[in-house]
Ligand binder design. Structure first.
Ligand code: SF4
Length: 247
């Protein structure tokens, strides 16, 4: 059966003015967001937590580690050290013993204890709700701060860029950057602010379900119509070519 490449319509696109290109791109991004909303209307953070403090701890622990593994470890940690005060008093060995299965456990335990100390000394044991204050805490970078601000406080000051968000944003043609801070800047400039929090959760779910690293299931992807699949080989359709048109 003859096979034809698909996704090559772009070569025949007539010249558009800058304004027309911008309008078309805006329409494309709107369509992507609409489909993500349809696909993942209730997307949320997968890290188990009952408070901003617990979410902050879980997010620090999730570096270089899956959410599932973090969720298997944090119940024991939160049971033993439910507050910043408790964690600040914990010994390095006590924390290391619990977080050992997560990798980088010495650094993570140290960051958690120092972060808890800073919370107690500078914020009365409470998690602050501003980016500036959060990123001054030990072990807290912009990504972790964005997670806590978005999930616990509903504050959208940026877009959480993890490996899924970085990879899929490139495939979707929303950025050409690899540095997470630059990817975030591109997403901030291209997405409406009311979507900044939800978009990350949706892309993370999409990356687990369909746009899987190294084996994206493009054929059945709900975003295919609007996705340039940047950097991927053209898809090959199994639909038969009309012989009369092929001559
Ligand atoms: S069409 Fe393919 S590359 Fe684009 S989002 Fe879907 S699975 Fe990922």
């Amino acid at each position: 059966m003859a096979r034809k490449p698909v996704g090559s319509r772009r070569t025949a696109v007539p010249r558009l003015t800058l304004a027309e290109r911008r309008a078309a791109e805006s329409h494309r991004v709107d369509a992507l967001l609409t489909r993500l909303d349809r696909e993942f209307p209730d997307a949320n953070c997968a890290l188990g937590h009952d408070s901003p403090f617990q979410l902050l701890v879980a997010t620090i622990l999730s570096a270089q580690c899956t959410d599932e593994r973090v969720n298997r470890t944090t119940p024991a940690l939160f049971a033993k050290f439910p507050t910043a005060e408790g964690l600040a008093r914990a010994s390095q060995a006590e924390v290391e013993q619990i977080v050992k299965p997560l990798g980088f456990f010495r650094a993570k335990a140290k960051n958690l204890r120092e972060m808890a100390h800073a919370l107690v000394e500078q914020h009365g044991g409470e998690v602050p709700a501003t980016l500036e204050e959060l990123v001054r805490l030990p072990g807290v970078g912009r990504k972790t701060a964005n997670v806590v601000l978005g999930v616990s406080f509903g504050v959208a000051v940026g877009v959480v860029v993890d490996t899924h968000v970085k990879r899929i944003s490139k495939l979707l043609g929303l950025t050409r950057q690899s540095d997470p801070v630059k990817v975030e800047q591109d997403l901030i400039s291209r997405l409406p602010q009311e979507k900044w929090i939800l978009f990350s959760h949706q892309l993370i779910l999409h990356g687990r379900k369909t746009c899987i690293a190294r084996r994206p299931k493009c054929e059945g992807c709900p975003l295919l119509e609007w996705c340039p699949r940047t950097g991927l080989a053209p898809l090959v359709s199994s639909a038969p070519v009309d012989a009369s048109r092929a001559r």
